[in-house]
Design a protein around this ligand. Structure first.
Ligand code: SF4
Ligand code: SF4
Length: 112
């Protein structure tokens, strides 16, 4: 198993998760992060750290598409291990429905 980042992260990017991951397996897109499933050691430390509740274990049902997305983009986006400032409007998008369709960007983020 692994943990995956889901669309609750989109446009939030609080980045509390990256600071706690012992194997630095988060990767940064323009407006969300993903986990590299082959690097994640399933420690679960990041899950309660995420204020948006965006991180879930892939043992939960219905996460196949998110596992695929985390796998694909962690191979393309830069690694991120240090927390930066969240976007100013992050709180406005917390808990918003349908963020993937509205905002997902395949563009890479800055990384460390
Ligand atoms: S803490 Fe949660 S919302 Fe923030 S970047 Fe990490 S996964 Fe995304
Ligand atoms: S479960 Fe552990 S290893 Fe996997 S992404 Fe979270 S903190 Fe990193």
């Amino acid at each position: 198993m692994t943990y995956v980042v889901t669309d609750a992260c989109i446009r939030c990017k609080y980045m509390d998760c990256v600071e706690v991951c012992p194997v630095d397996c988060f990767y940064e897109g323009e407006n969300m992060l993903v986990i590299n499933p082959s690097e994640c050691i399933d420690c679960g430390v990041c899950e309660p750290e995420c204020p948006a509740e965006a991180i879930l274990p892939d043992t939960e049902s219905g996460l196949e598409n998110w596992l695929e997305l985390n796998t694909k983009y962690s191979a393309e986006w830069p690694n991120i291990t240090v927390k930066r400032e969240s976007p100013e409007d992050a709180d406005e998008h917390k808990g918003e429905e349908g963020k993937f369709d509205k905002y997902f960007s395949a563009e890479p983020g800055e990384g460390d």
